[in-house]
Design a protein around this ligand. Structure first.
Ligand code: ADP
Ligand code: MG
Length: 150
């Protein structure tokens, strides 16, 4: 189910499989040069989403959060995937050290977990994905907002 709200699309899922399926479809539709910012609290479902997204790009191996490397690159899909997890980033210089500009402005697809932390570096065309819980709707309920930065 989705409804339009300020150009953001709101999806609702009721389990990891549904979130993964939504992410798979978005991965299938991803275009070269796109940057996706992925935000949500711990346990919201960012890794579930990232795995589905990578799978939709045709990437076969497991996709884990690259917490200790900031960026993990996958080359076996339809397009290169640059998977960032900037949760533990200490300074924006670390982004430069991993060469984020070549990724953000290249021909692959970037998926950036905790993108709020590097908001200023995101291209203004970035697609923002926010996963929210709402315990009043049940433990497995997630609201997933997909849309432009502003
Ligand atoms: P994050 O990477 O955001 O910290 P994870 O993806 O590692 O979160 O974990 C999400 C957890 O929530 C998983 O254990 C998953 O099974 C569970 N879960 C329950 N309902 C959902 C849902 N609708 N969408 C995604 N994950 C869900
Ligand atoms: Mg995670």
């Amino acid at each position: 189910m989705d409804v339009r709200e300020n150009k953001k699309t709101v999806w609702e899922t009721n389990g990891p499989l549904e979130t993964s399926r939504l992410a798979y479809c978005l991965g299938q539709q991803a275009q070269p040069g796109q940057v996706y910012g992925l935000d949500g609290d711990l346990g919201a479902g960012k890794t579930v989403f990232a795995q589905g997204f990578a799978s939709g790009l045709g990437i076969e191996g497991p996709v884990n959060s690259p917490t200790f490397t900031i960026m993990q690159q996958y080359e076996d899909g339809r397009l290169p995937l640059y998977h960032f997890d900037v949760y533990r980033i200490g300074s924006l210089e670390e982004m430069e050290e991993v060469g984020y500009e070549d990724c953000f402005y290249g021909d692959g697809v970037c998926l950036v977990e905790w993108s709020d932390l590097i908001e200023g570096l995101l291209p203004k065309e970035a697609v923002r994905i926010r996963i929210e819980k709402d315990l009043s709707r049940g433990f497995d309920y997630r609201r997933i907002l997909v849309g432009p930065c502003r």
